[in-house]
Ligand binder design. Sequence first.
Ligand SMILES: Nc1nc2c(ncn2[C@@H]2O[C@H](COP(=O)(O)OP(=O)(O)OP(=O)(O)O)[C@@H](O)[C@H]2O)c(=O)[nH]1
Ligand SMILES: [Mg+2]
Length: 193
Amino acid sequence: MKVCIVGGFLGSGKTTLLMKMAKHVKGNAVLIINEMGEIGVDGATVRNEGYNAVELFDGCICCTLVGTLQNTLIQIKKDFDPELIIIEPTGLALPHKIKEMVKVSMIEPEVTLIVGICDAFRFRALVQKKEDFLRMQLSRSDLFLLNKIDKADDVSIKAASAWLESLNPGTKIIPISGLTGKGLEEAFSEIGI
Ligand SMILES: Nc1nc2c(ncn2[C@@H]2O[C@H](COP(=O)(O)OP(=O)(O)OP(=O)(O)O)[C@@H](O)[C@H]2O)c(=O)[nH]1
Ligand SMILES: [Mg+2]
């Protein structure tokens, strides 16, 4: 079993991508979605598409809901034993904290990886306001996906790509569009699904 943590800022395209991932593994995935508000918008969207999804509310799985996440992982393994568990933390979570927790959990996945999504379309605006946070959130990613290339201009894509390279030199950066599917084949092959 593989655990994939899809990290990235609010609105960067996490839910859109994880549905494509679930489709790619032909439904043999369970999604864990941590939502900020009380209304489970993402969870409902995902379930409407026919995928297995567990939603966790009222806290953040990288801090206050650590115990809940551990229990959820154990339950999913017991009930479904899926090929892939995909975790969508909130856009304000730190994915590396979740990775550490998954690694010491009882489910013992063969691989746990962080896929860091960067929104190429909103890159300049976001990095101006939130650079320190974004750096903290993305710097320990195992793979970068530079998303929304269908909408972003070349200057933005180049700037975002250079910024990601400086965060974690040598880490692969794959330009994608979660919406149109561009680049996803390469991304999935890199993730190993
Ligand atoms: N143009 C374009 N829009 C995208 C792409 N991926 C996602 N979006 C849009 O961006 C918005 C946010 O996408 P989500 O997948 O909900 O992003 P998220 O990271 O899950 O958002 P939160 O869970 O609210 O943090 C939606 O309107 C998507 O349709 C993409 O590749 N291209
Ligand atoms: Mg989402």
